[in-house]
Design a protein around this ligand. Sequence first.
Ligand code: S3P
Length: 427
Amino acid sequence: MEEKTITPVRSIQGTVQVPGDKSISHRALILASLANGSCTLRGLSGAGDVLSTIDCLKSLGVSITKRSGVVVVKGKGKYGYKKPKKALNAANSGTTIRLLSGVLAAQPFVCEIDGDESLRNRPMRRIIEPLESMGAHIESAGYKAPLKIFGGPLHAIDYASTVASAQVKSCVLLAGLYAKGSTRVSEPAPTRDHTERMLEVFGAKIGGAQNVVCVQGPAELTPTDIDVPGDLSAAAFFLVAACLLPESNITIKNVGINPSRIGILDALTAMGGRVERTEVSNLNKEPRCTLTAVHSRLTAANFGGSMIPTIIDEIPILAIAATQAHGNTIIRDAGELRVKESDRLAAVAQNLLAMGAQIKETRDGLVITGPTPLHGAEIDSFGDHRIAMSFTIAGLLAAGETVIKGSECVRISFPGFFDSLEKVCVA
Ligand code: S3P
């Protein structure tokens, strides 16, 4: 296990490049693999989770090659996968196992998909139930990975998901590509809609309203080139650092600003953070822009309800921001954080308490009182990339040394994180 020692800095200044959006990268690879021909993917993330999707697709017989910065996927059509020789390995990636399961459920072969210890602890009943009601059969121990998927002909369903999860929605929509008729998914609150947008770009018929989406099957996917914007979830660490450190000024170009993902921009703005969007454009139905953030005086705010899915991966870094905001920041309705790569509510509370913050963990959220000066501490990343990166930012403001244990996990979403950060730090 690696560890990284973080010492305080005065400010961060300059330009940062973030990896391609992880969610969009997974979808681009999967949809391209199902298209009837070759697709060129630009700006694809090189993160560990995305490599897991590539690895699984290669095991299914899909040719994926990298040439001068672009990735070429030779789509094999919806039934072109070959039965893999051994279990697919999704490693740490929830998106890989849940989205691919939707496709595997329709294949004319039996296939096993597994992951690392963290993934084996994450809930899979949420995808097993809808896929079984579409006609697949899935064996598991206690609805956890490894999953043994007995694929076959599927029929369309009208599925009311009880969790606000884009992975569940996407899994059912991908299975719906194989079913005759309209496969419909409703969810308790709208979640990221990258799958729907990209399916449309690939020529599928998508419909729906606010909390409901449907796909018309059977659908054929037309080969399409995709340009992946930068990952706002990766940019968030730099935006928050710039808001918190005096004299900071940071610019990040070409960042995805899909409305279902921009909760962190809304949250920082609500707290008084000065984050600006310029050079807005739109490609492949995914808006993007340049983001600039400067040092700001933050005040506390409340976050809950339907806003939570739009900020789900940014809550750990938002909690760091809240320690420096004036007043009580209350985060509620975020119980899903307990079933991410780690129990993120517990991980944030434990580590922030160790750094001297005033924080209380609730059943489904956090209450943080600020501003409180932080001091260095030994931080347990729990092998969770977003915890490791959030507490690296906390370490930049803390007095003394902060040691991030298990820091190598940042590669799961942002392999160059520490180098990118070092380049903009001003001592
Ligand atoms: C993702 C959806 C979210 C998010 C995850 C990526 C996706 O998970 O936390 O990092 O790409 O669809 P849930 O769907 O489980 O909320």
